[in-house]
Design a protein around this ligand. Structure first.
Ligand code: ADP
Ligand code: 5GP
Length: 192
């Protein structure tokens, strides 16, 4: 049995990471979503334990001290971290894992698990990001502006990624991510 493959999905807020990940997970087997811990407030419709584990700042800091995270970062003013247990289990059990994490977290994973597959979801422009975040309606304008102010810096990280997925047309982007996952699986399965 082969090891689970770790797929990292990063990119600016509003670029379409959640949408793409959900679409691809609905179509492919043996792919699990890595549920992060976060100190941000749940959005309408988000379910604790499915979308995130929503925790207090003190609980998060306790988990940091106990080395419970594979990576963690302060993103747009809140703490986010990938619990290491599901990460290690998936790797050992041959289940592929998809991590929707920011560029700081991806850097930490790159240092520890260089065999992971790094994908960057890029928007066509910052204006399009603003349009999508506004339409999504899950954050107020000051939070949207905070996220947009970091987007340009995040875009400068693309050179460190294995793949850039241009999410202009959603169907094309879904198919690009599926192709990446399937071709990596074939590579692992054909390895001697
Ligand atoms: P992220 O997880 O990267 O913050 P989301 O997946 O929440 O981004 O997408 C932000 C918004 O943009 C959502 O309302 C989503 O429906 C929309 N969206 C995603 N991809 C596209 C696309 N290719 N074209 C237009 N709107 C999109
Ligand atoms: P949101 O609040 O929109 O769900 O997520 C904000 C940002 O946090 C996104 O860029 C998302 O990829 C990132 N994020 C979500 N979970 C984690 C995590 O566990 N670690 C890190 N470093 N970033 C995360």
């Amino acid at each position: 049995m082969r090891e689970g493959i770790i797929y990292i999905i990063s990119g600016p807020s509003g670029g379409g990471k959640t949408t793409l990940t959900k679409r691809v997970m609905a179509d492919l087997d043996n792919l699990r979503f890595s549920v992060s811990c976060t100190t941000r407030e749940p959005r309408e419709g988000e379910v604790d334990g499915r979308d995130y584990r929503f925790v207090s700042v003190s609980k998060f800091n306790e988990m940091v001290k106990e080395n419970k995270f594979a990576e963690y970062a302060n993103v747009y003013g809140n703490l986010y971290g990938t619990p290491i247990d599901q990460f290690e289990i998936a790797k050992k059990c041959g289940v592929d894992l998809i991590l929707d994490i920011d560029v700081q977290g991806a850097k930490q994973i790159r240092d520890k698990y260089s065999e992971a597959v790094f994908c960057f979801v890029a928007p066509s422009s910052i204006e399009e990001l603003e349009r999508r975040l506004t339409l999504r309606g899950s954050e107020g304008s000051s939070v949207i502006q905070k996220r947009l102010s970091v987007a340009q810096k995040e875009m400068e990280e693309t050179e460190h990624y294995d793949y850039i997925i241009h999410n202009d047309d959603l169907e094309q982007a879904v198919s690009a991510l599926k192709d990446i996952i399937e071709s990596k699986r074939r590579e692992y399965e054909e390895a001697p």
